[in-house]
Design a protein around this ligand. Sequence first.
Ligand SMILES: [Cu+2]
Length: 649
Amino acid sequence: MIVLVAAFLASIATFAQAAPTTLQPLAPLSQQELLTAVAVLKGAGHVDGNTRFVFLALREPDKSAVLDWRPGQPISREAFVIIKQGSRTFEATVDVAGRKLETWREVKGVQPALLIDEIDRLNGILRSDAGWQASMRKRGFQQFDKIECMPFSAGYFGNSAEQDHRLVRAECYDAASANNFWGRPIEGLVATVDLNEKRVLKLVDSGVVPVPKEPADYDPKSVATSRRPLNPVVVEEPQGPDFVVIGSHVDWDKWHFGIRMDPRLGLVVSTVMFDDAGRRRSIMYEGHLSEIFVPYMDPAPGWYFRSYMDAGEYGAGKLASSLLPGSDCPANSHFFNDWIVDERGIPRQRNKIACLFERGDGQIAWRHWELITNQTQSRAARELVLRWIATVGNYDYIFDWTFQQDGTIRIAVGSTGIDEVKGVASKNALNRRGTDGDYGTFIADHLIGVNHDHFFCFKLDLDVDGVRNSFETIRLKKVRLGGESARKSLWIAQPKIAEVESQAKLNEDMREPALWRVINPNVTNAMGDPIGYELIPEHNISDLLDADDYPRMRAGFADYQLWVTPYTRQQAAAGVYPNQSRGGDGLPAWTRQNRSLENTDLVLWYTVGFHHTPVAEDWPVLPTMWHEFYLRPRGFFSKSPVLDLPAPK
Ligand SMILES: [Cu+2]
């Protein structure tokens, strides 16, 4: 056991642990740099007992500076900071290397992301509110210390009485009668709370709904596990892994990239390159989660507002889970630690917030059996997986970046955790009363899994062999044949370059399918075609809400599955401050300029999502549901990139 523990410790490294000579411009801020950034703000008189750090992380250098940088050269190191000071919000940039405050400004009319500090305070505000107490007594609760209230982001619904308040809406759960309190909603009572004023702004008691009593716990003590454990599978790399991690940089097979954890966006993958015949070719400057949007589909007073934007309202990277070796990631994975400042500005180390492992579980890179010669050639595929998990309240989102030997990058989101459920008076579907069951599925006695969507928007700054790229749609167009052919119809591939942003707001269309490809019009492959990378969606959905519905206006990025913009430093598809936003910021606003997309630095914004109509099998734990898309070379190489895989011995 001791040996095992030692092996784990040896395989842990922090993102920023590298020697100075290998520090990359996009490496995350180190503990020392975080300390310096906070010290500079303190020195400038901007930090007191009321100061809360909403965000403090690397401010990326200019892209051109990053691309021109060579090892050994000095690096600009800056921090971007969002501070909440009482009810006011400030943004700062700090020159960390120069120990200097560069900018400090107040941002008016916004609400920064919700703070853990505030969330901790929520129970106290409610438990001391006379109206809330009365409503709880009416429901049979005499003691309030085991009632847990959840800070649901408030959204915006055109209510002027809510303006200028810092809001959450709270529904509470009976945590005394079960470990999994999510299965014990105290329904029919929702409080709108002002976190600045520390008071209940509005309490809506729409009537007592009995708290469901179905068992909902999932820990080993509560669940009788009759299933026989399977025989162990041992993954061994007797000569060690094939990847090399130096600080925040990863080399594996022909792939090279940098990684860091951002408190808002989670894992950021940067400067992704692939070796091709002795040349290191660029594919993507940066890729990361941009925003999440989860609107629920129930009009009840306790449910209509539930339309979360988890990255901007809570901070996806801040909520990165510590990963468990052997279940979250293979035990022999490389685990990353990082440093993040807490809300008081104190750097804290977090353990195992991302993992890296090779996978070679029966995948075939290519093969052929030749009938004429009766010969078989087959090459096993290996892939590299980079994983992190954001736990936002009841949901756990697993994010995988998988690098394949054929130049493909797969980006996948696994949704698991606990479904957000509603307590109802009806027992089940056989004795439905009122509207119970109209907006979801009975998944246990007196419990409805409410219908909702999950949208995950990714920023993908592709640089295919350089920054100057164009975006091409290749429409598969059916044509009617005349003349001498025995065929009446077939389809042809019709490429078209998008000239401006309005031509690159796209949804998948089964009746008129199109391929989506980023090309470099200045570089051709051996056949004379411009080189390119294709974005390949798998199953995807559209936002079904009306255009004038508040959640949809606030999360306008979900209007299209794909947007293409010129390069921008902006990272947040719904704007920097989506908490209580009225909408109007982000992709719809930016693209209104209808800028040129030709032969310029481009960014793809791709949203993958799914409608979640819950099923009985979703309770009490959600079997992981995966949704993914690919970035795949299309004409980037001049022949099969896996032809050179060595034959098995
Ligand atoms: Cu769901």
